[in-house]
Design a protein around this ligand. Structure first.
Ligand code: NAD
Length: 496
């Protein structure tokens, strides 16, 4: 198996990981996965069939009956081994992520760091479990009656993930889900599934029992088979809003629990009193790192009052310095978009904005990378001025290296624009005024608030909330995992 040997320029036909073994998918449908910086195919991705999905579910279900009865303290030991194995391969994994997603190696390293933090967080599960409650002698009666609440794992969960963090996002959930006693089936994005498919070997090498963690490659049809299956008890989905909406309603209508993290349009309010250099530097990396392909990336810059005249030249100078290039070169600041189609979509959104009256202060469509990379899906940073808050480019997620700028006369007007987006992942303010910062944090309707920080990613030990069209469900990711991946049971007892 080429891809199990690690980093390569061609991984051939990918396998699934089911019941503790890498297995061929029972399908003749394959999709192509690219190195987006070279525009070259690096893997053939099977679209797993109904037979593949049923086989994975029956393996996971069988594993669940044994795994859920292993003591928690023993289940934790596997995480420690898993963590050590990942540590050893940090750099290779970072390279593989960069190659397949198009993110830089630095960003790939960051993703692995976050992956390790997700494991660290799951190591704390016994402490979280201490919220179990027991009340003794709760009613007048002889003998006395005691009542207690315990938590139990539920069964097999499906984890459907997006392309932009192929390892980290499944790993936001896997350590918690399995340590709490469940088993899982991962359905990665079909755009870049090499890193997570390779990553499955760490579960095997860490000694996890067969069937505890499984992976089926495929597209939306594969996700659908999982969501609809009666033996899938819950669905975790991370991806775009239209799909999240659909997955959430589908899963809930089948009586399953669902946690769906979705798209965003994160507003950034820049006040005239913001610290100039630090703020501009931070805003530019927020918008353009990872070619803008992060759910927490800023999506709209709202410049308040004199902020425009004060900062615009500095901002453009800083953006001009962003080095777009092949993601595996250390000097690259930001890489290509994930696919040709993604690039065309972003170009289409820029063109529409220009037709509606926006003005390009910098036009990334003409950005040139070296001849060697001419087939890659690159787009330079684009800065659009004269944008009005109701244009599509100001309302919808671009998921590309585009900074639309709207102007507001006052803080209140800026807040009103920020709050009238349909999404509620994050909201950011740059200011040196504690009063405005506090007011923003209180009145901004988003799950995560950032003050003088571009990307508001909560640490694993905090919840990862989202509001409006950025999140579907009741329980959020990270710390709410304890509730999501367990069910409560109340036991009453008396003894004669
Ligand atoms: P996507 O919605 O296109 O795909 C996500 C996953 O859903 C993939 O595995 C895909 O195969 C599957 N899928 C697609 N259509 C489906 C359907 N009809 N039914 C079931 N499954 C289906 O998203 P993407 O382009 O891979 O990722 C980018 C999006 O993800 C952006 O909108 C971004 O904001 C969002 N995202 C959100 C978060 C968050 O935490 N809120 C994190 C990362 C990415």
């Amino acid at each position: 198996m080429v891809f199990l040997k690690g980093f390569s320029d061609n991984y051939g036909k990918l396998l699934n990981y089911v019941g503790g073994e890498y297995v061929e998918a029972d399908t003749d449908r394959f999709l192509q996965s690219y190195d987006p910086g070279l525009g070259k195919v690096v893997a053939e991705v099977p679209v797993s069939s109904k037979r593949d999905v049923e086989n994975a579910i029956s393996n996971a279900l069988e594993a669940f009956s044994k795994w859920s009865n292993i003591p928690l303290i023993e289940r934790i030991q596997y995480l420690i081994k898993l963590r050590m194995l990942i540590e050893e391969k940090r750099e290779e994994l970072a390279l593989m992520l960069a190659q397949n997603v198009g993110k830089t190696i630095r960003e790939g390293r960051g993703e692995i760091q976050r992956t390790l933090e997700a494991i660290d967080s799951a190591l704390g599960v016994p402490h979280m479990f201490m919220t179990v409650r027991k009340l003794m002698n709760i009613a007048r009666g002889e003998p006395e009656i005691d009542m207690e609440m315990v938590r139990e794992p539920l069964g097999v969960f499906a984890i459907i993930s997006p392309f932009n963090f192929p390892i980290m996002i499944p790993m936001w959930f896997i350590p918690m889900a399995i340590t709490l006693g469940n088993t899982v089936i991962v359905k990665p994005s079909e755009l870049d599934p090499v890193p997570i498919t390779y990553f499955m070997k760490f579960f095997k090498d860490a000694g996890y029992p067969d069937g505890v963690v499984n992976l089926v490659n495929g597209d939306s049809s594969t996700s659908q088979l999982l969501i609809e299956h009666k033996n899938i008890v819950g669905v975790v989905f991370v991806g775009s809003t239209p799909v999240a909406e659909k997955v959430y309603s589908q899963a809930c209508s089948k009586g399953k629990r669902a946690l769906c993290q979705a798209g965003a349009k994160n507003p950034v309010v820049l006040m005239p009193d913001a610290a100039p250099e630090q703020s501009i530097d931070n805003i530019v990396s927020g918008f353009f790192d990872m070619a803008g392909q992060r759910c927490l990336a800023p999506g709209l810059l709202i410049m308040v009052g004199e902020a425009y005249d004060k900062f615009i030249d500095m901002l453009l100078d800083r953006v001009r310095k962003v080095k777009v290039g092949y993601q595996l070169l250390e000097e690259t600041d930001t890489g290509p978009l994930v696919t040709k189609k993604a690039k065309e979509r972003v170009v289409g959104m820029i063109e529409k904005a220009l037709n509606q009256g926006a003005k390009a202060l910098l036009d990334g469509r003409t950005y040139k990378v070296g001849e060697k990379y001419s087939e890659g899906f690159y787009l330079g940073p684009t800065v659009l001025d004269n944008v009005s808050p109701d244009m599509e480019i100001a309302r919808e997620e671009v998921f590309g290296p585009v900074m639309p700028i709207v102007r507001a006369s006052t803080f209140d007007e800026a807040l009103e624009i920020a709050n009238s987006r349909d999404y509620g992942n994050t909201g950011t303010i740059y200011t040196s005024s504690g009063k405005y910062a506090r007011e923003f944090a209180r009145r901004m309707n988003a799950g995560n608030i950032a003050i003088n920080m571009a990307v508001a990613q909560p640490n694993q030990f905090f919840p990862f909330p989202g509001r409006k069209k950025s999140f579907y469900g009741v329980l959020h990711g990270q710390t709410d995992a304890l509730d999501f991946f367990t069910d409560r049971k109340v036991i009453m007892q008396r003894w004669w």
